[in-house]
Ligand binder design. Structure first.
Ligand code: SAH
Ligand code: SF4
Length: 353
C-alpha cells in the first residue's frame, strides 16, 4: 500500500523523509511542490533522482481530475465532477459572492445515511475521501478558474461526521499557514445530526461553523425522511447544538428543506419555532429539490412565505434560500439529481464547457 503523501502535515512529511535517510531541507522542497499542485514526482525538478525514486515507489499524490464542468448562464456558479486516482467521482460547486469565492466540497463517495429526499443518499455508499482528496477538489477548482477560494462548505456528497478523522485532518491541513491557509472561521460543516460526533467536533476546538440538517419540527416527521433520527432524537440533537454554541461560541444554523405536505404547514412552523426558541440560531429554508423517484415536491411560494413569517413572529431568524448559488450550495451532492434549484434551472440550462 502506497502512502498518501498529501494527507501528511509538513511535520509528518519531514519525519517521513528524514527517517528514510534524506536530508531535512528536502522535505521543505517536496512540501513546496505539493503545495504548488504538482501531480507527479517527476515534476519536482530540484529533487535528486534517488529521492524521487523513493517517493515514487513508496507514495502517491492524490488528484481531482475534472471529468465534467458545468458553468451557469446566469451567474458565475461552476459545478465540477471530479475523479480521483481510483476513478471514483464526486461533485463540487464553486460560487462567487461579493466577498469572494466559496466552494462546496464532498467528503465521501456516496453516503450511508439514506435520507429519502437526497439523491446521494439514494445512491448508497462507496468509500470515504482522504484529507488529500478534499484538498485536491479545492486546488483543482482554484487552478482551473485561476482564483483564490476564501470560503469552504462541507455540504457536498457524504456525511462529514461519518468520516470524522479524515475531515478533522483536512480542516487542520486546509487552515494551516503552510497549507492553503483558509481561515477556519470561513469553513462550515453540514451534518445530518450524528450527536456524539457533534460533541467530538466541539472538543476539537477548531471554531468552525456548524450547520445541522433538521428538516422537521418533531421526531415523527423527521424519522420519515431521515433514518438518523431513529438513532438520535431531536431533543438530544438540539441539546448538542446548544452545547456546541456553549463550548465554541459559534452559533449553529439549521437547514430545513421544505417538502410540500410533509413538513411545511403553519402548525409545523409553530412547532419548529417552539423547539428552537431557546437556541441562538439561524434557519435556512430551502424548497426541496425534486429528485426522481422520491415523489417529493417543493413547497409553493405561499407556503414558504407563511412559514418564514410564523418563524419571524416567534423571533426565529430565517431566510428562504433563493439565489442560485445558495441553492446549489444547499443541495450539492445530488449527483444523480435532475434539477439544480427551485428556480427551475435544470442541468440542461447550464452551458457545458
Ligand atoms: N450530509 C450532510 C451534508 C451533505 S448534504 C447533511 O446532510 O447535512 C447537504 C445539504 O443538502 C443538507 O442540508 C441536505 O439535507 C440537503 N439536501 C439533500 N438533498 C436535498 C434535496 N433534494 N433538496 C434540498 N436539499 C437537499
Ligand atoms: Fe447523506 Fe446528507 Fe444526503 Fe442525508 S442529506 S443522505 S446525510 S448526503
Amino acid at each position: 500500500m502506497k502512502i498518501d503523501i498529501k494527507s501528511m502535515t509538513s511535520k509528518e512529511l519531514e519525519a517521513f523523509i528524514t527517517e528514510n535517510g534524506f536530508q531535512r531541507f528536502r522535505a521543505a522542497q517536496v512540501w513546496s511542490w505539493l503545495s504548488k499542485g504538482v501531480t507527479d514526482f517527476d515534476g519536482m525538478r530540484n529533487i535528486p533522482s534517488d529521492l524521487r525514486e523513493f517517493l515514487k515507489t513508496s507514495s502517491y499524490i492524490s488528484v481531482a481530475n475534472i471529468e465534467n464542468k458545468l458553468v451557469s448562464r446566469y451567474d458565475n456558479t461552476v459545478k465540477y465532477l471530479f475523479s480521483f486516482n481510483d476513478g471514483e467521482c464526486v461533485e463540487a460547486v464553486v460560487m462567487s459572492y461579493k466577498h469572494g469565492y466559496s466552494i462546496c466540497i464532498s467528503t465521501q463517495v456516496g453516503c450511508k445515511m439514506g435520507c429519502t429526499f437526497c439523491a446521494t443518499g439514494k445512491s448508497g455508499f462507496s468509500r470515504n475521501l482522504n484529507p488529500s482528496e478534499m484538498l485536491a477538489q479545492i486546488e483543482s477548482a482554484q487552478k482551473d478558474l485561476n482564483i483564490r477560494i476564501s470560503n469552504i462548505v462541507l455540504m457536498g456528497m457524504g456525511e462529514p461526521l461519518d468520516n470524522f478523522d479524515n475531515v478533522v485532518r483536512f480542516l487542520r491541513l486546509v487552515s494551516s499557514d503552510d497549507g492553503l491557509n483558509i481561515g477556519i472561521r470561513h469553513i462550515t460543516l453540514s451534518t445530518c445530526g450524528i450527536v456524539p460526533k457533534i460533541y467530538e467536533l466541539a472538543n476539537q476546538k477548531l471554531g468552525i461553523t456548524l450547520s445541522v440538517s433538521l428538516h422537521a419540527p418533531n421526531d415523527e416527521i423527521r424519522r420519515q425522511t431521515m433514518p438518523i433520527a431513529k438513532k438520535y432524537p431531536m431533543n438530544e440533537l438540539l441539546k448538542a447544538c446548544e452545547d456546541y454554541f456553549r463550548l465554541t461560541g459559534r452559533r449553529v444554523s439549521f437547514e430545513y428543506s421544505m417538502i410540500s405536505g410533509i413538513n411545511d404547514s403553519d402548525e409545523n412552523a409553530r412547532e419548529l419555532a417552539q423547539r428552537l426558541k431557546h437556541l441562538r440560531c439561524h434557519v435556512n429554508l430551502i424548497p426541496v429539490n425534486t429528485v426522481e423517484g422520491t415523489g417529493y415536491k417543493k413547497s409553493n411560494i405561499e407556503r414558504q412565505k407563511s412559514f418564514v413569517n410564523i418563524l419571524a413572529e416567534k423571533n426565529i431568524t430565517a431566510t428562504v434560500r433563493r439565489t442560485l448559488g445558495s441553492d446549489i450550495n444547499a443541495s450539492c451532492g445530488q449527483l444523480r439529481r435532475k434539477y439544480l434549484n427551485d428556480g427551475g434551472i435544470e442541468l440542461g440550462s447550464f452551458q457545458q464547457e
